[in-house]
Design a protein around this ligand. Structure first.
Ligand code: GLY
Length: 381
């Protein structure tokens, strides 16, 4: 792994990227008011491409809350409240497994800022709604696809179930959240720390049948974004519960990402950026997986006890951010491009959003940049 970038060289890149992100988001909401995009086509957000599922609506407001938190700009707060309120009804949405993405990015940030119990009630309801996805036979929260399906992505959404259970003292909901994590760990996290996108179960018996995928290459291959969801999601599950098994799993997943992605200057997609699937020949770069990973690794660097691992996670995260704030990935050098981060990928098999900007990539990139700037400032005090 190459050396950690010097903080004096990284800091202005992070600040520039954060400012550029604000410019792009302002342009997006001015051009397309109250529109919730998923991915660009040819760099443009508004198009008639298929959504597949509705899971990205929290990321726009989520970025606005981060902009407000860092700059104190009240305009960002006004927009953040507006874009959060547009999602209030989703607290009862039983069609998606993504209510963590929707509410943790928006209403949770709003609640953390204000402590208003009415806001908290919405987050708790969203967590309870997520809990209704639980399959007793099989012991998992089902994906949006079907009753027999568990997705690795749900690890990013089980946090809101833990939170709702803890806030409301609901022991049965807490049991379901733990069971989901343990089933995910047992069935779709592998011994080498890689993950599969999906696990399929027998609905009559609850028996785990096989690993499968939608957005990766094969059931037995390693889809990079799923890996990023896993390392981030298990880390959050540990932070919320103190259950050490989740931290060990997060670290296994993080170590697999780091060991299988080049962090050197001759890396195929620049240091720290993986292909969409590590096992697929000719797989294209997936910058959103890198952005999610940078943010997840910055979390892990704070919570692991071993300083050697903490330093390695931080080093990897800052190398990724050095790459993503450079000219190949930051879209500021591409005139007319409406996104922030280039070379993301949504669904290669369906041909949706390939080599484009993707809304979750934007959000987790902004989140990682925000955290890295806070870290640098703390250290330079
Ligand atoms: N299905 C969520 C994702 O694309 O990662």
């Amino acid at each position: 792994m190459k050396q950690e970038p010097s903080l004096t060289s990284l800091r202005p890149k992070l600040e520039h990227a954060f400012a550029f992100a604000q410019t792009q988001v302002e342009a997006l909401i001015t051009r397309y008011p109250d529109y919730f995009p998923l991915y660009t086509e040819g760099g443009k957000w508004k198009h008639a491409g298929e959504a597949w599922t509705n899971w990205c609506e929290g990321f726009l407001g989520g970025m606005m809350w981060l902009f407000h938190q860092r700059t104190g700009n009240e305009i960002w707060r006004k927009w953040a409240e507006h874009y959060s309120l547009l999602l209030e009804h989703r607290q009862f949405d039983r069609n998606v497994h993504d209510l963590g993405f929707v509410f943790w990015s928006t209403w949770k940030r709003w609640y953390d800022l204000t402590g208003d119990p009415a806001l908290n009630a919405v987050i708790i309801q969203a967590g309870k709604t997520m809990g209704m996805r639980f399959k007793e036979k099989g012991q998992y929260l089902r994906s949006f696809v079907s009753d027999d399906s568990l997705f690795i992505d749900i690890m990013m959404n089980v946090g809101i179930v833990f939170y709702a259970a803890q806030q409301s003292g609901d022991a049965d909901l807490l049991r379901k959240a733990h069971a989901h994590c343990l089933t995910t760990r047992r069935t779709i996290v592998r011994g080498d720390g890689s993950t599969s996108h999906e696990g399929l179960f027998d609905l009559d018996t609850g028996e785990f049948l096989r690993q499968s995928t939608h957005q990766g290459w094969r059931g037995d291959s390693a889809w990079a974004r799923g890996q990023a969801w896993a390392l981030y999601g298990f880390g959050t599950a540990y932070s919320l519960t103190g259950e050490r098994k989740y931290l060990q799993t997060a670290q296994m997943c993080a170590d697999f990402y780091i060991e299988n992605t080049s962090f050197d200057d001759d890396a195929p997609f620049e240091p720290g950026v993986p292909p969409n699937d590590w096992d697929e020949a000719g797989s294209q770069a997936e910058s959103s997986a890198a952005a999610i990973t940078a943010s997840g690794l910055l979390n892990l660097a704070q919570i692991v006890q071993d300083p050697i691992h903490a330093a390695r996670y931080r080093q990897a995260a800052l190398i990724i951010l050095d790459t993503l704030t450079g000219p190949e990935y930051l879209a500021d050098a591409t005139p007319g491009w409406e996104g922030i981060l280039r070379h993301g990928s949504y669904h290669q098999r369906k041909g949706l959003g390939v080599d484009e900007s993707v809304m979750w990539g934007e959000h987790f990139f902004v989140e990682a940049v925000y955290k890295a700037m806070a870290l640098i400032e703390k250290e330079s005090r």
